[in-house]
Unconditional design. Structure first.
Length: 242
């Protein structure tokens, strides 16, 4: 079988695959943006989704993509799941963490947050569990057909509280040491109010060896998609080597 290289893009918390709409046209390599459970046409009760559900969803999308050499790019809370992937699918060659929260094995993602944000998340956990129970995120583009579900479809635009699957942030990480043949790149934003550079460097250390790249901008990568596209083209290398 001829190797077929591709990039799989995984959105972060409260987002959907549409967050990558502005990046896809900038890429000169095959790429696929996926939806995690509880988003768009994958309706699931947000309050019941676990880290294992996220991992299985990404692995399934990667396997179904037809790519035999895969770079997985994750944003923000996609970092909960990315370290699990290489042990689940041998075709993954490179992980790119973009402003990600990564929990070291034996710790929880919530423990990695800056102190004030961690306190807010801990205090709001029960309320968010109540609010998300029975809901799924829409995130549809204009003109797309509605989601076929009995769950309540919610949106994050204009919401006072961002809807997302709460439970994975509170689950203890249990991923295995990453294989040396799986390369890692960690992109951090200098003005990120969610994951400051010092926290990003600490979390990057959990997935060493890693290439650290600092970019100008905040937690939302949309304003620096041009720079991110350059990073991914460098990651791929000549001939799609990954």
């Amino acid at each position: 079988m001829t190797d077929r290289f591709g990039v799989v893009l995984v959105h972060g918390g409260s987002m959907t695959s549409t967050m990558w709409d502005g990046l896809l046209p900038l890429l000169d390599v095959p790429a696929l943006a996926v939806d995690l459970p509880g988003r768009r046409y994958r309706p699931e009760d947000l309050a019941t989704i676990t880290t294992l559900d996220l991992v299985e969803s990404i692995v399934g999308d990667c396997a179904a993509s037809g790519y035999t050499e895969i770079v997985v790019v994750g944003h923000s809370s996609a970092g909960f799941a990315l370290p699990y992937l290489p042990s689940q699918l041998g075709s993954i060659r490179h992980l790119v963490f973009v402003c990600c929260t990564v929990a070291a094995p034996g710790t929880r993602p919530v423990d990695q947050l800056r102190p004030d944000l961690r306190r807010r998340v801990l205090e709001g956990h029960e309320a968010l569990m109540r609010e998300t129970r029975g809901t799924t995120i829409g995130g549809l583009r204009p003109g797309e057909p509605p989601v076929d579900t009995t769950l309540r479809v919610v949106e994050n635009v204009g919401a006072t509280r961002l809807f997302d699957a709460p439970q994975p942030a509170f689950e203890t990480a249990a991923w295995q040491p990453l294989p040396r043949n799986v390369r890692r790149t960690f992109v951090m934003a200098r003005d990120d109010p969610v994951i400051p550079v010092d926290r990003a460097r600490q979390m990057a250390s959990y997935v060493e060896p890693v290439e650290l790249i600092e970019v100008d901008g905040g937690h939302d990568p949309t304003p620096y998609f041009d720079r991110l596209a350059d990073v991914l083209h460098d990651v791929v290398g000549p001939g799609g080597a990954g």
